[in-house]
Design a protein around this ligand. Structure first.
Ligand code: PAF
Length: 283
């Protein structure tokens, strides 16, 4: 496994691999890898013969009061996990300037799907994500890129970006990996106290509640949201950012009755960490 820390070398390597007829997959990450990331790597290996994992804590996707400084940076552990998982190349920019020249003045702005859900609570977040992923696509030149379904809005925005900007990259979705009790794996789970860790299962429990009511015939989005809200608000350390039911494709609010696939998405602070999860309801 090769670790590449400079952008020009990454791009030259990708160009040479493509010229040699190799099929490349990118798994973009911010490091602190866990079983969820490794599942994305396994999926990438099914679609390509060279798997590149990028590890870069992207400053532009963090808001001024968010956890950029304290975001866990665990490169040695990440490297060992990538080696064990059969990753071919880690792209680990040596410095932020490898990605953002000091006078960088171009950003990628998505202006429809990013206006709601996490985009509404984290202004500028998806501009940061789109900008860095566009750069990573240009540096690693992948045929396919794998994104987790847990970041449901990000996944949909990545598909839209690839389409709108004509990136010759197929976006592949990796199913959310969960703990046995349903909590979606996230680098931020490690900040939960034991009591909060137990409470954090309320995200998945709320989604299950919505799924069950929907299966029983409930088609009123507000009734489903109220049921989820009550379940989560009953946990003492939770503070709800949003619970929303939106069109699975456009992310526009769904009106009663639900007649098309709908994304149920939620973001909840459990103590300090803000956790997200989602499911899709299919009529
Ligand atoms: O999902 C993430 O970890 C990040 O948003 C990504 C896609 C690596 C961009 O920094």
């Amino acid at each position: 496994m090769k670790v590449i820390t400079h952008s020009p070398e990454m791009q030259q390597t990708a160009l040479a691999l493509r010229a040699a007829g190799r099929r490349l997959a990118l798994v973009p990450t911010m490091g602190n890898l866990h079983a969820g990331h490794l599942a994305l790597v396994r999926l990438a290996k099914q679609h390509a013969d060279v798997v590149i994992v990028s590890i870069f804590v992207n400053p532009t996707q963090f808001g001024p009061n968010e956890d950029f400084q304290t975001y866990p940076r665990t490169f040695e552990a990440d490297r060992a996990q990538c080696a064990a998982a059969g990753v071919d190349i880690i792209f680990y920019p040596a410095d932020v300037s490898e990605i953002y020249p000091a006078d960088a003045s171009i950003t990628v702005v998505e202006s429809a799907l990013s206006q709601t859900l996490c985009g509404a609570s984290r202004p500028g977040h998806f501009t940061g994500v789109c900008t860095v992923v566009a750069k990573l696509f240009n540096l690693t030149l992948p045929h396919v890129a794998v994104f987790g379904e847990k970041d449901g809005q990000q996944l949909r925005i990545m598909r839209r970006m690839a389409r709108d900007l004509h990136f010759p990259v197929e976006i592949i979705a990796g199913p959310t990996v969960r703990e046995q009790d349903g909590l979606a794996l996230s680098s931020r789970n490690q900040y939960l106290t034991p009591a909060q860790r137990a409470q954090a299962t309320c995200l998945r429990r709320a989604l299950t509640e919505a799924e069950q009511r929907f299966a029983a015939g409930e088609r009123n989005p507000q009734c489903l949201i109220t049921a989820m809200w009550n379940l989560i608000a009953a946990e003492p350390d939770t503070r709800i950012d949003y619970i929303a039911i939106v069109d699975d494709e456009t992310l526009a609010p769904v009106l009663e009755p639900i007649t098309r696939p709908a994304l149920v998405a939620l973001a909840v602070w459990v103590g300090q960490p803000r956790l997200i999860d989602n499911t899709v309801l299919r009529p």
